[in-house]
Design a protein around this ligand. Structure first.
Ligand SMILES: O=C(O)CCC(=O)C(=O)O
Ligand SMILES: [Fe+2]
Length: 279
C-alpha cells in the first residue's frame, strides 16, 4: 500500500494538507526533450535509459548544472513559474535563484525493490526553521516506475514537525524529530514533465533503483525560494498564500524568537569555530 493522492483537493490544498502535491504533465515537452538530450550528451555512452547502470552512469552529474543551459531553462518554463507565483501568491516574491541539482538513479543490480520506511528533513543537527523561505520541487525528465529510485514523501509530517517546533524551537533532527517522520509513504512515480512540489518540513527520502523494467529515475531537484524570510503568521488571516497556509499549523498567531536565517548561519558559524578551536 502506498499513500493515495486525494484527487478531490486542488493541488494547493493538497500541498497545505499533506505537505506535497503532484502536477501531471506540467513542464513543456520541448523543455523536457532538450533537457533529456543534454543529460544523454553528458553521459556520453548513447545507451537507452533502461541500460543505464551504476557503473556507466553516475548518480550526480559529472558536469555542473551551471554549464548545462537546457537544464537551466527549468526556471523559464511557464508551468514551473506558475507554480512558484501561485505558491507565493504573487510574481514579486521569488528571489530569482536557479538553485537545483540533477538526480539520476540508474538501475542498481545489488539493490532491493523497496522504499524507505521513514523520511528525513534537510536540516540536520542544526536549527530547523519553522517558516523557512520556500519549498522544494522535482521535475521528472523521464518515465519512471515503482522502485526506480523515486523520491518518497511521508504525508502530513510537516504538520507534526511544525507543531513540535512551536512547542520547543530548539528541537533538532534527527535526535528529537526522527520518530515523527515514519508513516505510509507516497512514491513519486512519474511520466516526463510531471512535477512534485513539497514542503521544507515534510519527511522525504531518496531510494535505491531496482525497478522491474530497469527504468532509472531522472529528475531535477529544485528550490523555489522567496526574497524574504517570514517572521510571523496569523492562521486566521484571510489573505494567506498557499505557501503561508502550509506554515499555519502553529495553533494561533506565532512570531519567531529571532530571524531564522541569521539563527542558522550563526549556529553553523559557532559550530565551525568550536571545531577549529578543538584541533
Ligand atoms: O533522491 C531524492 O529524490 C531525495 C534526495 C534528498 O532528499 C536530499 O538530497 O536531501
Ligand atoms: Fe532531503
Amino acid at each position: 500500500m502506498t499513500f493515495p493522492i486525494d484527487t478531490k483537493l486542488s493541488w494547493t490544498d493538497h500541498y497545505v494538507e499533506h505537505g506535497f502535491a503532484v502536477l501531471r504533465n506540467l513542464a513543456s515537452p520541448d523543455f523536457v526533450r532538450d533537457a533529456m538530450a543534454e543529460v544523454a550528451e553528458m553521459l556520453g555512452h548513447g545507451l537507452p535509459p533502461t541500460q543505464w547502470t551504476a557503473e556507466n552512469s553516475p548518480a550526480r552529474s559529472r558536469k555542473p548544472v551551471s554549464q548545462m543551459p537546457a537544464l537551466q531553462r527549468v526556471y523559464d518554463d511557464p508551468g514551473i513559474r506558475n507554480i512558484i507565483d501561485t505558491m507565493f501568491g504573487s510574481p514579486d516574491h521569488w528571489n530569482g535563484q536557479r538553485q537545483f541539482q540533477l538526480f539520476l538513479n540508474p538501475y542498481d543490480e545489488a539493490a532491493k525493490a523497496e522504499v524507505s520506511p521513514a523520511g528525513h528533513i534537510d536540516f540536520v543537527s542544526c536549527p530547523v526553521p519553522i517558516f523557512g523561505s520556500g519549498f522544494m520541487f522535482q521535475v521528472a525528465l523521464s518515465k519512471s516506475e515503482p522502485f526506480s529510485g523515486n523520491i518518497t514523501i511521508y504525508p502530513g509530517t510537516h504538520k507534526a514537525i511544525q507543531r513540535a517546533l512551536v512547542e520547543n524551537p530548539d528541537l533538532q533532527y534527527p535526535k528529537d524529530l526522527q520518530p515523527l517522520l515514519e508513516c505510509e509513504p507516497y512514491e513519486f512515480v512519474a511520466e516526463p514533465g510531471d512535477v512534485l512540489v513539497f514542503h521544507h518540513l515534510v519527511g522525504h527520502a531518496g531510494n535505491y533503483s531496482h525497478a522491474a523494467n530497469r527504468r532509472p529515475r531522472v529528475v531535477l531537484h529544485c528550490q523555489g525560494l522567496r526574497k524574504t524570510w517570514l517572521h510571523e503568521i496569523d492562521p486566521a488571516s484571510p489573505t494567506l498564500s498557499p505557501w503561508e497556509r502550509s506554515l499555519a499549523f502553529t495553533g494561533g498567531r506565532y512570531k519567531v524568537r529571532q530571524d531564522e536565517y541569521e539563527w542558522i548561519v550563526n549556529y553553523k558559524r559557532k559550530k565551525q569555530e568550536a571545531k577549529a578551536a578543538a584541533v
